[in-house]
Design a protein around this ligand. Structure first.
Ligand SMILES: Cc1cc2nc3c(=O)[nH]c(=O)nc-3n(C[C@H](O)[C@H](O)[C@H](O)COP(=O)(O)O)c2cc1C
Length: 130
């Protein structure tokens, strides 16, 4: 099974979650603005995450989501961090659905202040889909 982890993070919180998922999956967590962010061939499970900024998601993530398609991604699993709101999860899920991608209904979310102690929970969550 091929697994990919993509994220966008301004200050490192969402990146940390992405890195724990990647560690569980044995792949690299790649920022959506990195040169190698494009998905190669078919990805069975795409973990994709981003934080909420002023009730929206970053443009880098918005643009990346537009490049994805249902014929390349088997299923997407969404994660996010923020101070309080889970709204980025819905924004990301909606963008994926619009691209014809099947999205797992269960999501992974942490408040920014809880990210430091989240490793075990992240690994447990990720392993359900790997
Ligand atoms: C400019 C800015 C706007 C933000 N707006 C919100 C918001 O509307 N709601 C919220 O819950 N958190 C908001 N946050 C908090 C971030 O979502 C939170 O710090 C997140 O963990 C940052 O993730 P990152 O380190 O991966 O960039 C905002 C943070 C910044 C810097």
């Amino acid at each position: 099974m091929s697994v990919a982890v993509r994220y966008y993070s301004r200050s490192g919180k969402t990146r940390k979650v992405a890195e724990y998922i990647a560690e569980a999956a044995g792949v690299n967590a790649i920022s959506v603005d990195a040169k190698d962010a494009a998905l190669s061939d078919k990805t069975d499970v795409l973990f994709i995450g981003g934080a909420l900024y002023a009730y929206g998601i970053d443009d880098n993530l918005k643009q990346y989501l537009k490049t994805l398609s249902g014929d390349k991604v088997g299923k997407a699993v969404v994660f996010s961090t923020s101070w309080l709101s889970r709204h980025a999860l819905d924004l990301i899920k909606n963008a994926l659905t619009q691209k014809g991608i099947q999205v797992e209904s269960d999501t992974l979310y942490f408040k920014s202040k809880a990210v430091d102690g989240c490793r075990d929970e992240v690994v447990k969550f990720a392993k359900k889909y790997i």
